[in-house]
Design a binder for this molecule. Structure first.
Ligand SMILES: NC(=O)NCCC(=O)O
Ligand SMILES: [Zn+2]
Ligand SMILES: [Zn+2]
Length: 483
């Protein structure tokens, strides 16, 4: 059965124009005027855009002694409700565990996905086995490897391990990702704060100042450069980190930066709230910052020095957060946002003139589809692309509330935020999943998207490094000593 979206305005990362879209067999079959199909969807007054891609989620993630509460079923349902039609989750091997076993675990969890998905692989330990298995991981369609520079004693890797892994990524045509915070400094500051009796959620923010992130971002960039590797920095929250990325890009390095919708909109005053639960629910790493940092992130999206807006959706219930009642270092780190990313970014970005509609599409889908090597299957409204489509009604509005969200947690960090701009329809590979407030997500509909390695970028970096590498100076003769 074919479907046609009629009377809408197509908005992509580079064009805005009026046309109908015909969907057949899960893909965009035709774009043109006066198209017809078996079923028709009216997009009058709406924008027809690629579905959002969230490149940073943690669904059912084992972390800090518990599991994040949204799994692939509720997480992808929330995604669809907010116009996101694809998520990228992280396979996390335990230290010593095979990377291939971790893929099996994530394969099992993701059978419930209602949207398409793909994985990043985390490098949580280093050794010959990891070195060897990275090749197999790439063969299985996972071309991105995440490195945690924080979470000392659990996920953190050191510079030596990072350098080895980045070199391996370079050889395999893979892209390394970093969570950039200096984990040693965070651990030391945390102990100091606790010793001084500073055990509330606000101390989480005190233990992770912007310098901790700026230093680690710069270090990762330099290590990537020495390893001939591109680099993607997740959850960039501050000017210091953005500055390092901007500087690297100006020098010609392939470095990408991903702010989160939370950091763009919510600030550090949340941690000063007199209600412990309110503050603890917002504990995440890096923490929320102040307005100057937010302005820097918005400017980066406008100028192109930052490319992607994600959520790092890692949702914990209030009860889970209370594990850290007497010790902020035990509060599970993470916040939600999958359902809210697009409406909040539209409201605070497009409606305020900070972003154009085309920039909105670029930072919510097209740029990441290109960075992760899955464009134009994803992130595009083109004939032959997957029919992951949102029909976006710029006039629909609501007030965000935990009471009406799809996520299973009992609060929402955007509670009370009014948004204007919501989906009228959402299609995932051609299947209708959302009609305004009606959610018809189908667990199991989602498919794994395999991604090829980035031969071109990594080869270019290695070629240039080889041409400009230090060379031994060949001399005609060596002076005899003592003469
Ligand atoms: N960001 C966060 O606080 N939790 C999720 C894990 C991570 O990305 O660091
Ligand atoms: Zn992180
Ligand atoms: Zn994360």
């Amino acid at each position: 059965m074919s479907k046609v979206i009629k009377n809408g305005t197509i908005v992509t990362a580079d064009r805005t124009y009026k046309a109908d879209v015909l969907i057949e067999g899960g893909v965009i079959a035709r774009i043109g005027q006066n198209l017809s199909g078996d079923e028709s969807f009216d997009a009058t007054g709406c924008y027809v855009m690629p579905g959002g891609i969230d490149p940073h989620t943690h669904l059912e993630m084992p972390f800090m002694g518990t599991y994040s509460a949204d799994d692939f079923e509720s997480g992808t349902r929330a995604a669809l409700a907010g116009g996101t039609t694809m998520v990228v989750d992280f396979c996390l091997p335990n230290p010593g565990q095979s990377l291939l076993d971790a893929i099996k675990m994530w394969d099992n969890k993701s059978v419930k996905a209602a949207t398409d998905y793909t994985f990043h692989m985390a490098v949580t330990w280093w050794g010959e086995q990891v070195f060897n298995e990275m090749a197999e991981v790439v063969d299985r369609g996972i071309n991105t490897f995440k490195h945690f520079m924080a979470y000392k004693g659990s996920l953190m890797v050191d510079d030596d391990e990072m350098f080895s892994s980045f070199q391996r990524c370079s050889d395999l045509g893979a892209l390394p990702l970093v969570h950039a915070e200096n984990g040693d400094v965070v651990a030391a500051l945390s102990q100091k704060l606790l010793a001084a009796g500073n055990n509330g959620p606000e101390a989480h923010a005190y233990s992770r100042p912007a310098e901790v992130e700026g230093e680690a971002t710069n270090r990762a960039i330099m290590i990537a450069d020495m390893a001939n590797s591109p680099l993607y920095v997740v959850h960039v929250s501050c000017e210091q980190s953005h500055e390092a990325i901007r500087r690297a890009r100006q020098k010609g390095m392939r470095v990408f930066g991903e702010p989160l919708i939370q950091h763009l909109v919510l600030d550090e005053t949340e941690y000063m709230n007199g209600d412990w639960d309110h503050a603890a629910r917002r504990v995440m790493s890096p923490p929320f910052r102040n307005k100057q940092h937010q302005d820097s992130l918005w400017a980066g999206l406008q100028a192109g020095s930052l490319q992607v807006v994600a959520t790092d959706h890692c949702a914990f219930t209030t009860e889970q957060k209370r594990t850290g009642l007497n010790d902020f270092t035990k509060i599970p780190n993470g916040t939600g946002g999958l359902e809210d990313r697009l409406p909040v970014l539209w409201t605070r970005g497009v409606a305020t003139g900070r972003l154009t509609m085309n920039e909105f599409v670029a930072v919510t889908s097209t740029n990441i589809a290109k960075i992760l090597n899955m464009y134009p299957k994803k992130g595009a409204i083109l004939e032959g692309s997957d029919a992951d489509i949102i029909v976006w009604d710029p006039k629909r509005s609501k007030t965000i509330s935990a009471g009406s969200q799809q996520s299973v947690i009992d609060y929402n960090v955007f509670e009370g935020v009014e948004v204007t701009g919501l989906p009228r329809f959402v299609f995932t590979r051609g299947e209708l999943a959302i009609t305004e407030d009606t959610v018809d997500a189908k667990p199991g509909h989602g498919e794994f998207v395999a991604r090829q390695p980035f031969a071109a970028v990594n080869r270019a970096l290695s070629t240039w490094k080889e041409i400009t590498a230090p060379r031994k100076v060949e001399r005609a003769g060596i002076p005899v000593s003592g003469v």
